[in-house]
Design a protein. Structure first.
Ligand code: NAD
Ligand SMILES: O=C[C@H](O)CS(=O)(=O)O
Length: 474
């Protein structure tokens, strides 16, 4: 029988009448049902979080719970990877990587829980403050609302939940409706790890209802959102003076300079343009290739792309699986067709099987084509030649987005020039825009968002500084 999961609110699993079927994104089969939240459930979750915060957990206890969660997750690696492969359509080998990363995200957050410090402030150096001792502490923000996307249903949720708990906040999560099961499993794991009731609450349902109710609720102190620019903008507008962290989209570029190691660059670009069928916010979408190496890089990219295996995500040999929905596959096919009609050259792919699109390479793209200037979020990479480094930097920066950029070069001068001049949150040298290690500061500029994730940096965002001044000669 197909399992039915409830919402997690306070100490209870709540079952509602409104069941959301969760589909396997490759077969279309319903693999589970999960209950959708009503407005009263949102209010109850906020109340449960406030109630939990009345008995704060010590940093040591928070750390121990997060370490325990990391260990439990390790023991459930295969189960979690199978859920991600089914609900997100992510190839099993990548789903296993995602679980490994989530284990680390919890471990890194456990470490951070014991390192939250303020600083001494030398106020006594100033006239009138001679007898004052001043220092800052970092206080939890309170109730954190974590809204997450479908493409990394486990690790991107953990990047919000684990630092929020490390910092002493209570959390209400709202995962994407297409992929809620990973978030449910995180709730189970945290409970098993000893997290008391009310610190992790799970609400499921559409952004247009449950998401909006969450944005409305004035007892939520902070929003951490990962998703599209359009919804991120709405979150920011609705949050008002409340603090937010927004991790949004991109059309990331990678520069292949004339002195690049093509044997390193071509396979990495092929892999990272099509990982998770291109549904990665830092996916290699725009490749700027120096004209001297354009032909050889192009040929090598085609060769490595054609070697990728398209198919069932549950098959351990699959490299590229389906898109999240037929609607997304329709949109991406329309963008490819539009680019080809406007003069782009199809070098590989461009065909569709169900919700799967063959890894697609487009050349001769122009700046105004959607496949170049908007976020594709699908298995499509575009190629453009350049003559000077200045031109490549300018084209990379000619984007509404600025999440990460990659640069392949053997020259330290070229690497530094790119590092200084590229207007993005992260510059990755001799790797693609799609490289991320979970401990690093991660986030964007421009329409790619504000704030930084990575447990150490997220803990800063999820705490606020408070200054304490002691008049010690009264
Ligand atoms: N920068 C990053 O770290 C990062 C990581 C992953 C994905 N993304 C971006 O996410 C997008 C794809 O993910 P998606 O399709 O799930 O994004 P999305 O914006 O459609 O949805 C993200 C989340 O927001 C919720 N939501 C929708 N409407 C809402 C509303 N009115 N109020 C509150 N919540 C609402 C959704 O239900 C979901 O949980 C891409 O643009 C991608 O680049 C960015
Ligand atoms: O989709 C965007 C994610 O941030 C991808 S990753 O966590 O950087 O791999």
């Amino acid at each position: 029988m197909t399992a039915t999961y409830g919402l997690l609110i306070g100490s209870k699993e709540i079952f509602t009448d409104d069941l959301l079927p969760v589909q396997d994104k490759y077969s279309g089969d319903t693999i589970a049902y999960i209950c959708q939240a009503r407005q009263a459930d949102v209010n109850d979750a906020v109340r449960a979080a406030s109630q939990a915060r009345k008995e704060p957990l010590s940093p040591y206890r928070r750390s121990q719970i997060l370490y325990a969660a990391s260990t439990i997750m390790k023991g459930r690696r295969d189960e979690l990877a199978a859920i991600i492969a089914a609900e997100a359509g992510k190839p099993l080998k990548d789903a296993l990587v995602e679980v490994g990363r989530a284990i680390e995200t919890f471990r890194l957050s456990a470490e951070e829980a014991t390192r939250i410090t303020g600083e001494m402030v030398p106020v006594e150096a100033y006239p009138g403050s001679e007898n004052r001792l001043a220092f800052t502490i970092r206080a939890p923000r309170g109730t954190v609302c974590a809204i997450s996307p479908f493409n990394f249903p486990l690790n991107l949720l953990c990047h919000k939940v684990a630092p929020a708990l490390a910092a002493g906040n209570a959390v209400i999560t709202k995962p994407a409706s297409t992929t809620p099961l990973s978030a449910y499993k995180v709730g189970e794991i945290l409970q098993e790890a000893g997290l008391p009731a009310g610190w992790y609450n799970l609400l499921v349902g559409p952004g247009s209802t449950v998401g909006e109710w969450l944005l409305d609720h004035q007892e939520i102190n902070y929003y951490t959102f990962t998703g599209s620019y359009e919804i991120g903008k709405r979150v920011q507008e609705r949050a008002g003076f409340r603090k937010t962290t927004l991790e949004l989209g991109s059309n990331a570029a990678t520069i292949i300079h004339k002195d690049a190691d093509l044997e390193l660059a071509a396979p990495l670009c092929a892999r990272m343009a099509f990982a998770n069928a291109g549904q990665v916010c830092i996916s290699v979408q725009r490749l700027l290739v120096h004209r001297d190496v354009y032909q050889s890089f192009r040929d090598a990219l085609i060769k490595h792309t054609k070697a990728l295996v398209l198919g069932d995500p549950k098959d351990p040999t699959t490299d590229v699986g389906p898109l999240i929905s037929a609607k997304e596959a329709d949109r991406i096919m329309a963008w490819i067709e539009e680019a080809c009609n406007d003069g782009a050259q199809l070098l590989s792919g461009g065909t569709r099987r169900g919700n799967m699109i063959e890894p697609t390479i487009l050349a001769d793209v122009k700046g105004e084509m959607k496949v170049w200037c908007q976020e594709i979020f699908g298995p499509v990479v575009t190629l453009v030649p350049y003559d000077s480094l200045e031109e490549a930097i300018e084209q990379t920066n000619q984007s509404e987005y600025g999440l990460q950029a990659g640069v392949f070069t053997r020259s330290i001068d070229v690497a530094f020039e790119c590092a200084k001049k590229l207007h993005v949150g992260g510059v990755i040298i001799n790797d693609t825009s799609a490289h991320r290690t979970d401990s690093m500061p991660y986030g964007g500029v421009k329409n790619s968002g504000t704030g930084r994730e990575g447990p150490k940096y997220a803990v800063q965002e999820m705490t606020e500084s408070k200054v304490i001044v002691i008049n010690h000669r009264m």
